[in-house]
Design a protein around this ligand. Structure first.
Ligand code: AMP
Length: 585
């Protein structure tokens, strides 16, 4: 491994990052920094968050930007405001003792006039979310005519969020001579298109084995009934006194609801989602960063790019259907060489997703049991005992108060006193967990039927239904079953054999249920393509289902993670990929 000194960076910059605790470059830094420092190459970097990619492009950028030139020389575009703020903070930390630079962040949801003032004062580097940048370009506040470097960070995510046109527009207003550095966790065709449209002979840097994720993350799941998920969450939190974590939910509504319940139940929690004002989000993030907030309950979008050190747990209240979401969620923990736990609290219908993620990460999840009431109480009391052992005693100040205390307790034995002190804290838990039932669900019973080939179907005499989605949509039997249950508003006991093909599939439902299930899928689309169900026998020819796919260019385009469809979103929220409106930040 090379040291930072050997990468060609200035001494002051190396010294500053050493002081920040960066001893040795991460693999992406080792590969990218020497290339980017030359200042004359385009670059495509395949790297996820947590790999040190911000410094990989940030350090060369800080070297290349001229502090004596007040014009905007570099632009970094990132999908969310949180990530933009994070990048700016990193740049400021890196450049502190190195170069006096004006770095301005612009993002939606905050006062545009303040941002305009800052840009007008002269910004050598602008870090922006696409929507707000377009706005400032159209107001002629930002001038990209002298831009020398454009960094597109988390390019796949920007495209997922519908920013394709904005990125095209931004890049088309920059001069031909600029260099583009693109970073992306995945390389779907759309990201490749940007590379071929706007870059010349880009160098490509991929991290070996990066798809396998961070080795320091311990992936776990606990199996419970849907209705017990919140109780299970509380048990894990109670059982883990030092927990400092992010709890992920799929929707803003769930996020808000779970945070409110936790707060009501006396936990130190707050929500983070797109319906909060910028000021609220800033307040929540600030208290999470300085660790006065213990549990951040967040949506995927709001929590993207969050870089808070020492997060012990990422908890998933549902498994996300997109692999990238799982990677980004779990990547909030085990940062910078630390260890962390990614714990999914799932119901049986999500087991298929666990197996999919296992396959994709090439890592096994460990099934963990939800602690029983007794275990939580035992843990709590030991935590208390440890606190008693390690408490610092202020001898001088407490001494004057003690005679009266001793007098009051003189009739109690040592054992009695311990019991009584312990009970002060402990009674609350005893009360709550007395008679607490076991929340664990067995995964043996009906799971096998759905996830193993060749097993007896639940309903071999049911109706057979054709559906125009299949393996090519990134589905396996488990996830298709989950979708059928979600959209068809039924449960898996009513679903029989699933026959998963490439572009389409068949499944059986209990007699009399077919109409309901088919109705459930009405209006559901994937990437602008209608999801269609028909009673078997009415299955159209294969060419028809091919046409439905809008002429997309076959398997290879679909195998990349970023091309996978968004099967997760509820249809009332408007999309299975295509219908979603671009989200602006
Ligand atoms: P990033 O992938 O840029 O979000 O970085 C992930 C985390 O690793 C951040 O907290 C960085 O401050 C930290 N980091 C980046 N590079 C290094 C390094 N060379 N040594 C130690 N920590 C680093």
């Amino acid at each position: 491994m090379k040291s930072f000194d050997a990468l060609g960076l200035s001494g002051e910059l190396v010294e500053t990052i050493r002081q920040l605790g960066f001893e040795n470059p991460t693999p992406i830094q080792e590969k990218a920094i020497p290339v980017l420092l030359q200042g004359n190459t385009d670059l495509v970097g395949l790297a996820q968050t947590g790999t040190g990619k911000t410094a990989a492009f940030g350090l060369p950028l800080l070297e290349l930007v001229d502090a004596n030139n007040r014009q905007t020389q570099a632009l970094v575009v990132a999908p969310t405001r949180e990530l933009s703020v994070q990048i700016t903070n990193d740049f400021e930390r890196f450049s502190k003792n190195f170069k006096p630079l004006n770095i301005v962040t612009v993002y939606g949801g905050a006062s545009i006039s303040d941002q305009i003032k800052k840009v007008k004062r002269g910004a050598q580097i602008i870090v922006a979310t696409p929507g707000r940048l377009i706005d400032l370009l159209s107001r002629k506040v930002v001038n990209l005519s002298q831009i020398q470097y454009v960094v597109l960070d988390e390019a796949d995510e920007m495209l997922n969020m519908g920013f394709k046109e904005d990125i095209d527009e931004i890049l088309s207003t920059t001069p031909e001579s600029k260099r583009v550095w693109l970073f992306s966790a995945t390389m779907p065709r759309e990201v490749r298109d940007i590379a071929s449209n706007y870059m010349s002979n880009p160098q490509e840097i991929a991290m070996e084995g990066q798809k396998q994720g961070n080795e320091n993350i311990d992936h776990q799941y606990a199996l419970v009934d849907d209705r017990d998920k919140y109780l299970a969450l509380k048990r894990f939190v109670d059982y883990t006194p030092g927990i400092f974590g992010v709890v992920f939910c799929r929707t803003k509504m769930d996020t808000q609801k779970i945070a409110e319940h936790l707060i009501k139940d006396g936990y130190n929690a707050d929500p983070l989602h797109g319906d909060l004002t910028q000021a609220q989000r800033d307040r929540v993030m600030k208290s999470f960063k300085n660790k006065t907030l213990q549990l951040l309950v967040a949506t995927d979008v709001a929590a993207r790019g969050i870089d808070v050190s020492n997060i012990t747990h990422v908890i998933h209240m549902n498994m996300p259907d997109e692999m990238e979401f799982y990677t980004h969620r779990s990547g909030r923990t085990a940062r910078a060489g630390k260890k962390g736990i990614s714990l999914a609290i799932i119901s049986k219908k999500e087991l298929g997703r666990i197996h999919q993620v296992e396959k994709s990460l090439k890592r096994k999840f460990t099934q963990v049991a939800v602690p029983t009431g007794d275990e939580v109480c035992q843990q709590k009391i030991m935590d208390l005992v440890l606190k008693v052992r390690s408490v610092e005693i202020n001898e001088e100040e407490i001494d004057s108060f003690l005679p009266e205390v001793y007098h009051e307790l003189k009739d109690f034995s040592k054992e009695d006193i311990i019991k009584r002190f312990a009970s002060i804290e402990f009674n609350r838990f005893l009360e709550y967990y007395r008679d607490a039932r076991d929340l664990n669900k067995s995964d043996k019973s009906d799971r096998k039927r759905f996830f193993e080939e060749g097993d007896e179907p639940a309903y071999s005499t049911g109706d057979r239904i054709f559906i125009n989605v299949g393996k090519m949509d990134g589905l396996d039997k488990g996830s298709l079953l989950g979708l059928i249950c979600d959209y068809g508003e039924t449960d898996k006991s009513k679903i029989g054999k699933i026959d998963l093909k490439g572009a389409y599939s068949f499944f059986e439902v209990e007699k009399g249920m077919a109409d309901q299930v088919m109705r459930g899928f009405e209006g559901v689309e994937v990437r602008g393509r209608k999801v269609r169900l028909e009673m078997s026998g009415e299955r159209p020819e294969r060419s028809d289902s091919g046409r439905d796919r809008g002429g997309r260019s076959g398997r290879s385009g679909r195998s990349g993670g970023g091309n996978k469809r968004n099967f997760s979103e509820k249809k009332r929220e408007g999309f299975w990929g295509g219908k979603r409106k671009p989200k602006r930040y």
